[in-house]
Write a protein that binds this ligand. Structure first.
Ligand SMILES: NC(=O)c1ccc[n+]([C@@H]2O[C@H](COP(=O)([O-])OP(=O)(O)OC[C@H]3O[C@@H](n4cnc5c(N)ncnc54)[C@H](O)[C@@H]3O)[C@@H](O)[C@H]2O)c1
Ligand SMILES: [Zn+2]
Length: 342
């Protein structure tokens, strides 16, 4: 078990990697706990839940809406949740986004924590205090930044995850390696079969390294004024792919990482060989690397991105493997680059 303490102006968060859901009571108040989960996680793990009131959302991205959040507020009010209540999210990134948003807005904010049940949420979504709801076709456009009291990452819960969901989470692991950890990149290249077989050693390694990288960045820049932007590697293009093609978040990020690698290559920030290694690793891990179809639609979503400034957009680009920089790119250059795909 390893503990990572994230100390920010907005509070302290403890991420505990390798802790079992069976011990969650240790981290909770004794009463007034309200659990938010999704029906699939509840079906699999209800017997391990502590005995508090439970709200089940429908699994999937469409639940990240005001409709769903409104139902949860009504449930909290109906159950007399107060300012001292505690919200516990048990699930993947969708549950942590919803539970984090509800907890940080209900009664102007109550305490909350997560048991993270997907690889993607253990290595990314539940760390860092961001939460988000979708609005229209704009992803994560409504949200807050507020730190959970704790996040438990129990590797055993990942054994029931479907293959596509597990593989999707690996995209965020590759992202962290590309941002700051060439050693992890080489580990993934050399041990991809163990990784795909979900060996306990490789899961703990990936979650610990990822949490260490993400928490160090969040601690340095909680509100994304500078270096936190690096965590958006692959996400500008990836989010747009997610919206237009309805792929899983991680699958879309894999395509976004390839896009960022190719753009970095165009700007001579990485070599052909490095670009091939990045694409090769994503393929070995079973992630998609190309998408066919309508790039204009993706581009139009990119132009609505939070990171656009007038005629320019901030893009995270690679500088070799294991280091990134934020580059302001003219939309016209982006259009020219995308035109080379056709
Ligand atoms: N706030 C952030 O910082 C942040 C960062 C990255 C991603 N996200 C968000 O996270 C979301 C994606 O998260 P996700 O990939 O965890 O998806 P998810 O929460 O939708 O979970 C994926 C599927 O796996 C099922 N599931 C969850 N845990 C399971 C388990 N242990 N066993 C079996 N099935 C299980 C769920 O029911 C669901 O059907 C996106 O909405 C994305 O925007 C947020
Ligand atoms: Zn992501």
């Amino acid at each position: 078990m390893r503990e990572f303490k994230i100390e920010t102006k907005n509070g302290t968060s403890n991420v505990i990697v390798g802790e079992s859901i069976k011990n969650v009571l240790k981290y909770l108040p004794t009463k007034d706990v309200f659990i938010i989960t999704d029906s699939e996680v509840y079906r699999q793990y209800a017997s391990l839940f502590p005995s508090f009131a439970v709200f089940e959302i429908t699994p999937g991205e469409t639940s990240k809406s005001f409709d769903c959040v409104t139902e949860i507020y009504s449930w909290l009010i109906g159950n007399e949740a107060n300012r001292h209540s505690f919200v516990l999210g048990i699930g993947g990134g969708v549950v942590s986004d919803i539970a984090g948003f509800v907890a940080s807005t209900y009664m102007r904010g109550v305490e909350f924590g997560f048991v993270s049940t997907t690889l993607l949420s253990q290595v990314d979504a539940s760390v860092g205090g961001k939460n988000g709801l979708n609005f229209g076709n704009v992803k994560n456009v409504i949200g807050t930044i507020r730190q959970p009291k704790f996040v438990l990452c129990d590797g055993e819960l990942l054994s029931s995850l479907s293959e596509p969901e597990y593989v999707a989470g690996l995209a965020e692991v590759v992202k962290h390696a590309l941002i700051a950890d060439y050693e992890m990149f080489k580990f993934l290249e050399n041990h991809y079969t163990e990784v795909l077989n979900r060996s306990v050693y490789s899961i703990n390694y990936m979650v610990e390294r990822s949490v260490a990288i993400k928490s160090a960045i969040v601690q340095a820049d909680e509100f994304e004024n500078n270096i936190r932007k690096k965590l958006n590697l692959g996400h500008t293009w990836g989010h747009a792919v997610e919206v237009c093609h309805g792929l899983r978040h991680g699958e879309s990020i894999s395509i976004g990482l390839v896009f960022a690698a190719q753009l970095s290559l165009r700007r001579l920030l990485i070599t052909h060989q490095e670009c091939d290694r990045i694409v090769g690793l994503l393929r070995k891990l079973g992630l998609p690397t190309i998408i066919s179809g309508n790039f204009d639609k993706i581009l139009s979503v990119v132009q609505n991105d939070k990171k656009r400034f007038g005629k320019n957009i901030d893009f995270v680009l690679m500088q070799g493997v294991g280091s990134v920089e934020i580059e302001r790119i003219a939309l016209s250059e982006l259009h020219e680059f995308v035109a080379t795909f056709k």
